[in-house]
Ligand binder design. Structure first.
Ligand code: SAM
Ligand code: SF4
Length: 334
C-alpha cells in the first residue's frame, strides 16, 4: 500500500525498500569493494548513532517503507548491531541483512528475536586460497562453518557471488552444484565500477556469459526460468530437480532500473537514490539541527534519474574513470 507520495519519483516508481549501511568498517578487505590503500574512515561523530538510525528509519516506515536491509561495511562488526537489529525489528517491516558471514555465529539468537528469516551472505569462491586472495584475509573455514550453521538453524540463505573474469568464472558450475541438495540461492553479481576498485569492462562476466557457462553442462531444457518477484533485481533460475536456485544480477549489462524500489542510507546519514549516483543528501545534518528531514527525502527521491543515475548509455562503461566520482562500495553499502 502506498501511504505517501514522498517515496514516489518523477518516473512513478515507489520506493518502499530502505538499505541502511550501519558502518564503514569491515573485517575483510575485498579487492573489488575496498581500495588497496584502504579508505579514509568518517569520524565516529559524523556517523549515525543507533538512536538516529532508528529515528530516520521510523520516518521512512511512516512514509511507506516495508522492507529494511542492514549492510555496510560489515554490519555485524558494529558494537551495537544487536541493539540496532532489535529496535528496527519493532517497526514491523521485513528486516534482513547482507553480511560476509564471519560473525553470524554470535547473532543467531538475535536474528531469531528480530524475526529475520533470510540473509544474504557473500562468498566469491569455494577455494580457500582464492578466498584469502580476494578478501585479503584467511577466513574461509569460518565462513563455511557459518553458512552451514545458518542453514541448520532454518534461515533462508542467499549467497552473493561477484564474478570477475580470470578469477572465479570457472567456479560458476561449482556454485550451481551446491544447489543440488541444499536449499541455497546463488546470486551471481556482475562486477560493478566504484572509486578505487580497478574496474574495467574486460573483467566483467555478463549475464549472457554466465548463462553460456551454465549451458555447457546443463542444456537449455534443464534450466528453468523462475518467476521474479516484483521489484526483484535478480533474474531467477533453477536447474530442474535441484533443491536450490540461482539468480543473475546484471546491474551493468542489463539494469533493472524500471522496477527499482531501493533507497540507500549511508553510515554517515546521507541518502543516495541510486547505487551509481554521485549526488547525496545529508539527512543526518538536518536531523541534528532538529529540522524535518521529510522535504529532503521527497526532493531526493523525486529527482531520481530513470536509468543508473543518468548513466544510461552502455558507452559510459568504456571509461571507468567516470565512476571514480562515486564512493567506494564499502562506504555505500551494496
Ligand atoms: N560486508 C557485507 C558483505 O560483504 O556482504 C555487506 C556489504 S557489501 C558492500 C554488500 C555486497 O556488495 C556484497 O555482496 C558484495 O559482494 C557486493 N559488492 C561489493 N563491491 C562490489 C562490486 N564492485 N561489484 C558488485 N558487487 C559488489
Ligand atoms: Fe567488507 Fe563486504 Fe566490502 Fe568485502 S564486500 S570488503 S566483506 S564490505
Amino acid at each position: 500500500m502506498i501511504k505517501n507520495k514522498a517515496l514516489i519519483d518523477s518516473h512513478g516508481r515507489n520506493h518502499n525498500y530502505l538499505r541502511i549501511s550501519i558502518t564503514e568498517n569491515c573485517n575483510l578487505r575485498c579487492i573489488y569493494c575496498m581500495p588497496a590503500e584502504g579508505i579514509q574512515l568518517t569520524p565516529k561523530a559524523h556517523l549515525m548513532t543507533a538512536d538516529e538510525i532508528f529515528e530516520i528509519a521510523t520516518t521512512f516506515v511512516s512514509l511507506g517503507v516495508t522492507k529494511i536491509r542492514l549492510t555496510g561495511g560489515e554490519p555485524l562488526v558494529r558494537k551495537d548491531a544487536k541493539e540496532i537489529l532489535l529496535r528496527l525489528s519493532k517497526l514491523g517491516t521485513e528486516l534482513t541483512l547482507t553480511t560476509n558471514g564471519l560473525l553470524v555465529h554470535d547473532y543467531i539468537t538475535v536474528f531469531k528475536e528480530a524475526g529475520i528469516k533470510s540473509l544474504n551472505v557473500s562468498i566469491d569462491t569455494l577455494q580457500k586460497d582464492k578466498f584469502a586472495q580476494i578478501t585479503r584475509r584467511d577466513e574461509f573455514d569460518k565462513l563455511n562453518e557459518n553458512i552451514s550453521l545458518l542453514l541448520s538453524e532454518g534461515f533462508i540463505v542467499k549467497l552473493n557471488v561477484v564474478l570477475i573474469k580470470g578469477f572465479n568464472e570457472n567456479e560458476i558450475l561449482d556454485f550451481i552444484g551446491l544447489t543440488k541438495d541444499k536449499n541455497l540461492q546463488i546470486r551471481f553479481i556482475e562486477f560493478m565500477p566504484f572509486d578505487g576498485n580497478n574496474w574495467d569492462k574486460s573483467k566483467l562476466i555478463s549475464q549472457a556469459e554466465i548463462l553460456h557457462f551454465i549451458q555447457e553442462i546443463h542444456p537449455v531444457d534443464e534450466i528453468e526460468r523462475l518467476t521474479d518477484k516484483p521489484n526483484d533485481t535478480a533474474r531467477n533460475f533453477k536447474i530442474k530437480n535441484y533443491f536450490g536456485s540461482f539468480a543473475i544480477i546484471s546491474s551493468v549489462t542489463n539494469p533493472f532500473c524500471d522496477s527499482c524500489n531501493r533507497i540507500r542510507l549511508t553510515a554517515d546519514g546521507k541518502l543516495k537514490n541510486c547505487l551509481f549516483s554521485e549526488s547525496e543528501t545529508s539527512l543526518l545534518e538536518t536531523l541534528r539541527k532538529g529540522e524535518s528531514i521529510l522535504p529532503l527525502i521527497e526532493k531526493n527521491i523525486y529527482s531520481k534519474k530513470q536509468i543508473r543515475a543518468g548513466l544510461d548509455n552502455q558507452n559510459v562503461f568504456e571509461n571507468p574513470s567516470v565512476f571514480n566520482k562515486n564512493r567506494s562500495m564499502i562506504t555505500i553499502g551494496g
